[in-house]
Design a protein around this ligand. Structure first.
Ligand SMILES: Nc1ncnc2c1ncn2[C@@H]1O[C@H](COP(=O)(O)OP(=O)(O)O)[C@@H](O)[C@H]1O
Ligand SMILES: [Mg+2]
Length: 330
């Protein structure tokens, strides 16, 4: 088994040469961490002449090694990249796939450059430009429009990783005793969360949304469409990290995007941009869309996958109440 390690450039050079991802006349000049990730081990390789990104998935979550995760997930991610390479309107927003090693769960992709992701939005000082949001919606237009199934099959089912995501979106955040002390995030958050965790009506609706998330659907989804998957590059907005992809309900991708507009407290008029720019907005099921928006807001406030949010408890309570209303709205 090959293990990717930032401290072993020579081993990596040999490995890359064996797979013909590095010429015999090339070396690894430096290895660096290209940015903050959560799930996987990701490195930028600099050969002196060019750079590329190497990503390895392991049997656990990189940021929370106690959380077990399907170790083959990068193979699914590479299958997504292979698939979208056929559609220029989607590929133009994403790095090109260079190679995949299914034995060692290592993927090599194009480097989009030393760019920032959009997690700076959580500091509440950064705002999304209208044109940036249009690009973000346009990516979803291309993806959801270009890859549709008339007969649902098991392609990119991604079931194991989806089960893990389901747990952390629809279940764990709403468990009273899940072993995660929210006061370690912010004093008083544990008590603030309790009424929502005890709300049977709310939890029933969240369970229904969870079953929908686990069901097959017609549209190819990115699956994790939040600011950590959006890069600000010199060549415009790019999208990475489609490891949670699957064929499902397009309200899920859109719901996550909109939830993060609320979590980053963007201007209200940005929401209208989503409505006008998303190609088939009027065909969406708004009850489901609101539900996914609400659940994503809640799980980011009281679940394990915390964000660098700069909000006091009062602001969090307002958002939690708002999210609850969205989920229960008929
Ligand atoms: N193709 C790329 N070009 C430039 N930077 C990248 C690229 N892929 C990943 N990164 C950087 O590495 C970070 C982690 O990669 P990501 O694929 O999101 O891993 P994880 O699955 O662990 O979240 C990203 O947030 C981004 O900053
Ligand atoms: Mg990521």
């Amino acid at each position: 088994m090959f293990i990717l390690n930032a401290n072993e450039p020579n081993e990596l050079a040999n490995y890359l040469q064996e797979h013909q991802w590095l010429g015999l006349d090339e070396t690894v000049v430096s290895l660096s961490k290209p940015g903050e990730g959560n799930m996987n081990y990701v490195l930028r390789v600099d050969t002196g002449k060019r750079t590329f990104i190497v990503k390895q998935s392991r049997g656990y979550v990189e940021k929370y090694p106690q959380v077990v995760a399907p170790e083959k997930r990068v193979v699914t991610e590479s299958a997504f990249y292979e698939k979208i390479a056929t559609k220029i309107n989607v590929q133009k927003y994403m790095p090109r796939l260079i190679g995949i090693d299914v034995e060692n769960n290592v993927m090599v992709i194009e480097d989009l450059g030393n760019s920032n992701d959009f997690t700076t939005l959580y500091d509440l000082y950064h705002f999304l430009e209208a044109d940036e949001l249009k690009e973000l919606v346009n990516y979803l237009n291309g993806l959801h429009h270009s890859f549709q199934k008339t007969i649902l099959d098991d392609e990119l089912a991604n079931l194991e990783l989806r089960k893990l995501n389901h747990e952390h979106i629809f279940h764990y955040p709403f468990m009273e005793a899940n072993g995660f002390d929210l006061n370690s995030v912010q004093d008083g958050l544990q008590e603030l969360a309790l009424p929502y965790k005890k709300d049977a009506t709310l939890k029933k609706q969240i369970t229904l949304l969870g079953s929908l998330y686990m069901s097959k659907g017609k549209y190819l989804l990115h699956g994790d469409y939040y600011p950590g998957s959006w890069l600000k590059t010199s060549d415009g907005i790019k999208i990475i990290d489609p490891e949670f992809c699957y064929y499902g309900s397009r309200e899920f991708d859109l719901g996550v995007l909109i939830a993060h507009l609320y979590l980053t407290q963007q201007d209200e008029n940005l929401l209208s941009i989503v409505v006008t720019e998303y190609d088939s907005y009027t065909d969406l099921n708004l009850e489901i869309l609101n539900g996914f928006i609400g659940v994503e807001i809640m799980r980011r406030l009281i679940g394990l996958a915390q964000l660098p949010l700069q909000m006091d408890l009062k602001q969090k309570k307002e958002l939690l109440d708002f999210a609850r209303t969205l989920i229960l709205k008929k």
